[in-house]
Unconditional design. Sequence first.
Length: 812
Amino acid sequence: MNRIILTGLFMLLTLGSAWAQSASKQGKITVRIIDSKNQPLGFANVLVRAVKDSALVKGELSNEQGNCTIDNIPFGHYYIQSTLMGYAPVQSPAFILDANHQNLSLPAIQLVQQTKNLQAVNVTAQKPFIERSAGKTTLNVESSVSSAGQSVLDLLRKAPGVTIDKDDNVMVKGNQGVTIMLDGKLTYLSGEQLSNLLKSTPAETISQIEIITTPGAKYDAAGNSGIINIKTKKGQLTGINGTINASMGQSRYPIYNAGGTLNWRTTKFNLFGNYNYGNRRFYTLRELWRYINADEPMLFHQDIWQRNQFKNSTYKAGMDYFISKQHTIGVLVNGYNNSFRNSIYSATDIGKQTGEIDSVLNTLTTNNNKFNNVAVNLNYKGQLDTNGTEISMDADYARFKNNRNLNLRDSLYDRHQETVRDPHAIRNMGNTNVTIKSIKADLVLPLNKQSKIEAGVKASFVETDNKLRYDSLKGKDYVYAPSQSDQFIYKENILAAYTTYKLQWRKWDVQAGLRLEKTISEGNSISLQSKIKRSYLDFFPSLAADYKVNEDNKVGLSYSRRIDRPGYNGLNPFLFFLDKYTYARGNPYLRPEYTDNTELSYSYKQKYILTIGYSYTRDVIDELLTQNDSTKITLSTNINYNNRKNYSLSLVLPFDVTKWWNMSNTLSMYYNKYDLQSANINVQNSRVEYYFSSTNTFTLPYDMKAEVSPYYNSPFVAGIFRGQAQYDVSLGLQKQVLNKSGTIKFNVTNICKAGNMFKGTALYDNVDTRIRNTWNQTVYTLAFSYRFGNNNIKGARERQTGTTEEARRAGN
């Protein structure tokens, strides 16, 4: 431990010693974009151009308050050009950036709306639901009419390249191992716990979802398929201001959601917070066919009806204190207190494959889960000089708890409905406690006008304690069964350091980085008296290079190496009972899987984007089903397979069909090939897959907007499974009210019942298993949101804390 501490201190001192090396000659400008009524204009293009030849130097979009800050601009003579669809372009007076004028606050730029009378339709600018750039896809949830009343998992089903498997796990380009982040922080969950969180988080709390396929060295190396960063809404303005929202939906069961944000800013501090409550009830239908092709072929056909209820309370509160214009300290507290209840009725027909039924197994299961989290972050950010040298530090503490109570009762009947044996009943009581501590520091060090270095260190310490008590009904009383109870403790420490070199030279924009991660872990099965320790060091290079051919054409190349460590519970060797014929077991010998991602991109007019990608994963972690033809029992576990190859092609095609009809199309094609070889299996599973989505937005009279959004995911492969197509259409209508401070939305989702399901087959060796999961029926949702307070001052800081990767893996 002393060696670890000394190593961390040495890296911090090394970073600190680099501050004095900065000698950059760069400046920063701040400007606000407003309309003719002095109201802020968000998402306007703000372009810095050279006076001598009008060459584009840098550009940004204004935020929702119309504010735009552009830094790292080489000293020179410039002017600002601002454009926005539906408004006449405007140029600012020329200005000079030099040593005496290094941080300029320019006068507000006023854009005048160009309105054409098209049957009383006012044409205004809008941000598309899906945006693509090199290495990243962004879903602008706030601009979607049809997102109200949905969950985050519903939104991800519509995302380009994202599919949801039979267990509601998220995959990107057909690959698992996705890192899920909330506001730049890891969720510390995986598997069932993560899917429950995504199901219980309403879309009303989300502003954007970012899908990053080739992250740089600054990010944790975890997540073979990349990172999905979910950004929640925040109080974006100051003075005192906020938002309130409420929605009500109806499917087979009602769905409710309500919440809001509040922000208060002065010259010395900023207080902000939000809260959301949701109550979602829905059902899932599942069918399972297991063919046993032994000497006496048999078929297990299982119908499962599952009724679910999620209740969620999520919160966030924080404060920033501005020590000076250059230094800020802050504290952030966030968490959730959620519950998940379901009742599952299962009927399994056991008989011959010809259709004759020998017996029926009926099972009734009730689950009552409560899971909560509280996380505290202390942070500091400072600008050390006028050249742009910055340092930021974070200290984090997070605690997760999950209490589970399960009751199962099954009865076996013969073909004449006579009882074959006495009913079998069990009771499981489990709890999971996860504690995470993390510290990190990051440094930005400009070297000259064109280049800078970013570097940082991080240390995280995770401990998870899983306990399961198993009771079996004997007579009228439940009796403790120690041989079927379990306790598993897992500890993991990760020490990381990274550096990135960034260069802007002529038409080139290059980033090259290297990240080192040292992992020390220990898994201890108290029940089985088994302990496994591991220690390994990994290197993760990354590269991103863009070349601007001219104003309209740009090409880019990116590469990154990633790791996906096993989920904490997936290492537990204990045998878990799911039902009479189904068991699950963790694998303590799982190794991490490693992926090399490469992407080549081309963009035209910063709108049309073509991306070609290739990724190679070795030691693939995925599910293995083994079937005992004698006992008829199926065992599920995870193992390391040989490799997985993914070839991808993606095309983004936005069109303004008319002045009032905007269309954003995404077309993707993949070829996934799994080499599933191990001591237990030798299977090749491959397929060409494609994805299409189209978001059509119609601007209507009377401050109204309509949206039609279809998507289609073709048949796909995922490990041992081959899945069938998924597709759906969403419809939405929106109207602004109360002087545009309020918004009413009505939408219809899950319209295509036949496409809104998972259908998959696992067929190899003696395994022949087929699954069909049907999710919720059509949902009708009415939603209202309202903004209040001062709309003129900048709001809460975006803050990404240090506890980001470890949470993804806390569940399994």
